[in-house]
Design a protein around this ligand. Structure first.
Ligand SMILES: C[S@@+](CC[C@H](N)C(=O)[O-])C[C@H]1O[C@@H](n2cnc3c(N)ncnc32)[C@H](O)[C@@H]1O
Length: 306
């Protein structure tokens, strides 16, 4: 099984497992290969429980292997967009700390059969959950020109969305990652130094196929209310679309509502559900030099305050 170097793992765990002897229910909503989970388990006492969730079946196999060695681990296949139902299913009515380390893992990128990378030839799949119906090729071959343009523009922030979408539609049916990468390269008026032409398009299609932004909103909405008072939610994002959602959620849950002057309410009676305790935290130069994926990572931590 290929490995994944966890990003900002020490910092993340220090922020969510606080105090001398952290104990209770914890959630790793993006288990991957368990880098964050293992680091967290080192801090937790023997009575703690850790929900090891991932929508990728290969990641869940890794979580099951860890659960065989550590009885505190509860492996689970599912999407964090359904976190409230999953927590009910595993009997966690409240949570002391949770981690969401967003995006794809290195094993997903490295396996050409998964279709996430434009650097190696593979089927245009891009599903994080292999049991999901919608694949990238089905969508790219059937979507209308305006749908493809919209996705490239919104989820890839691609300036040449129209030209690229037109080239995709002309070249259909598409079957491989390399085909898509070549179509994108051919449709770009000029390339951006240091950035592969296909980066934004692959990001856009992946986000769409996996409903990543809706999942993120639903995951935040589902996890935050389950935190105990003083419980913490740590989110690591890798691009501005994700970070914008996290930042807005954290701000709206940590800012007192504006109350019109004429409403007679005292400041102390206004309930603010959360408190931002950390972030944005970036990886150190040292970590980035050892793990280039860490370059764009931003860690933010929200604490349940009421
Ligand atoms: C960056 S990796 C996490 C790596 C992990 N922290 C580690 O140390 O190995 C992101 C993982 O989250 C999973 N994932 C992404 N979106 C998800 C979702 N909505 N629900 C559950 N898992 C998700 C992916 O399948 C992937 O395995």
């Amino acid at each position: 099984m290929s490995r994944h170097d966890p990003v900002l793992s020490k910092e993340t765990v220090e922020w969510i497992a606080v105090g001398e002897a952290p104990s209770g229910n914890y959630v790793d909503a993006t288990f991957g290969r368990g880098g964050h989970s293992r680091c967290l388990l080192e801090r937790l006492d023997a009575s703690s429980r850790l929900l090891a969730l991932d929508r990728d079946l290969t990641a869940v196999t890794a979580a099951r292997a860890l659960a065989e060695r550590d009885a505190r681990v509860i492996p689970h296949h599912g999407a964090f967009g359904n976190i409230a139902a999953i927590l009910d299913e595993v009997g966690m009515s409240e949570v002391q700390g949770a981690i969401m380390d967003l995006g794809v893992s290195s094993p997903q990128l490295d396996d050409s059969e998964r279709g996430f990378s434009f650097r190696s030839s593979g089927p245009l799949d891009m599903r994080m959950d292999q049991s999901q119906k919608l694949r990238a090729d089905t969508w790219l071959n059937e979507a209308s020109l305006s749908e493809v343009t919209k996705v490239l523009r919104e989820y890839g922030e691609e300036r040449h969305a129209v030209r690229i979408a037109q080239a995709i539609v002309r070249a259909r049916p598409l079957t491989t990652t390399i085909e898509l990468a070549q179509i994108v390269a051919g449709a770009q008026p000029r390339s951006t130094p240091g950035k592969h032409d296909a980066t934004r398009v692959f990001q856009a299609v992946r986000i769409f196929v996996n409903s990543e932004l809706d999942e993120l909103r639903a995951g935040l909405d589902g996890l935050f209310p389950r935190l105990v008072h003083g419980g913490r939610l740590a989110v690591i994002s890798f691009h501005s679309l994700e970070d914008r959602i996290v930042k807005r959620f954290f701000r709206s849950h940590s800012t007192p509502p504006r109350v019109p002057r004429e409403i007679p309410i005292k400041n102390r009676d206004i309930v603010v559900p959360g408190r931002i305790v950390a972030g944005p935290i970036r990886a150190s130069d040292r970590e980035v030099s050892q793990n280039p994926r860490a370059r764009s990572a931003l860690l933010r931590v929200l604490e349940r305050a009421a």
